[in-house]
Design a protein around this ligand. Sequence first.
Ligand code: ZN
Length: 288
Amino acid sequence: MRELRDVLEQTQKNGVAVGHFNIADLVLLKAVFASAQELKVPVLVGVSEGEREFIGVRQIAALVRSLREEFNFPIFLNADHTHSLVKALDAAKAGFDAIVFDASALPFEQNVHQTRKAVEAIKAINPSTLMEGEIGDIGTGSEIHEHAPDLSKGLTTPEEARQFVESTGIDILAPAVGNMHGMLKSMVQGKTSKHLDTERIAHIKKAARVPLTLHGGSGTGDEDLRKAIAAGINIVHINTELRVAWRRGLEEALSRQPDEVVPYKILASPVEYVKHVVSSRLKLFNGG
Ligand SMILES: [Zn+2]
């Protein structure tokens, strides 16, 4: 079985990106795995601190590992936005393939210091765990936001990116390039979309020379995502779009079958709704 590191190298060569989808339950995991399996493309499952707490750190690791082993399939697990060393260590010990250590709310020098410490501690446990670091401001919360935050001052510069990668030893960098966590109401309605600074991505890629992750991909237009991947993005995070689909699928099933109580008969609908989103994003990320 290939490791995540090999998969990322391959995506860099092929000019495609790995889809990263956050999950909080078995409905989402089933949908993500089924889509990736149908399209025969590698996939990354992400769990934030809240999502990990809900499923269980070791439990989600066991679930993803069982899929990878039974189906001999490149499905990988990422500890998304980990804000403390303790939680990063828990994920490494449970066997996560990658950890996003997020100290981006701190001033640059402190972010460097904390991230370097986390990289050293995690690599001491398992040198093959990939470590991702974050710089810049991309907002918080993969939810529906009323107003757009002003993130213009928090955009990552190529020089910061180079310095951050060199002084922390991270394997993957998540820059701020016009992306944002969550979606605005108008984006959920399909009236507006996010725009990415693709020129900045290309400059950052040249300076940082590591795989790049785009967080907050939900609500970004297809063409912007295509250009971002061509400019050097190797992992794209989608969360809010899945959450919206999960809720719509559940509402549809409950209103269609008001007397149904069998969970798997109700939950078949959210699985289909989420699968639809994951499949279309995976096709796009893989050059479709
Ligand atoms: Zn994120």
